[in-house]
Design a protein around this ligand. Structure first.
Ligand code: AMP
Ligand code: ZN
Length: 114
């Protein structure tokens, strides 16, 4: 999608601190980190929100989740823990409308979230 920030990051048109990329996914550091590890995992293909995932995206969603676990493991957070979050639409505070999985680790995270 022409005007989408995360599509531009996936295409290399806007710089980002990329920590993983493959045919379907890109993972990069959040520019405003909320924890020592704060990575966003996006599909290369534009999908606006979690509501827009189709049955045919099940494998893609699984890859995003498994990549989150893999990146957290690489940082040594497998045992102590970390959090994964999909914000969807206004009440959850979604600000970028290209679906992304937040991966936060390295500090004690409170529950419930604000
Ligand atoms: P959300 O509120 O769930 O839509 O999250 C959007 C996230 O994107 C926020 O945590 C922002 O800090 C992050 N963000 C916005 N612009 C950039 C950027 N250019 N590079 C990396 N992260 C970004
Ligand atoms: Zn996009």
């Amino acid at each position: 999608m022409a005007d989408c920030l995360f599509c531009k990051i996936a295409a290399g048109q806007i710089p980002a601190a990329i920590v993983h990329q493959d045919e379907r996914l890109v993972a990069f550091k959040d520019v405003n980190p909320q924890a020592p590890m704060h990575v966003l995992i996006i599909p290369r293909r534009h999908i606006s929100t979690l509501n827009d995932l189709a049955d045919s995206d099940d494998a893609l969603a699984g890859e995003m989740i498994r990549r989150a676990a893999s990146l957290a493991r690489e940082q040594g957070y497998e045992g102590r823990g970390y959090r994964t979050v999909f914000n969807c639409n206004a009440d959850a505070g979604q600000t970028v409308f290209h679906v992304h999985l937040h991966v936060l680790g390295g500090r004690k995270l409170t529950w419930p979230p604000g």
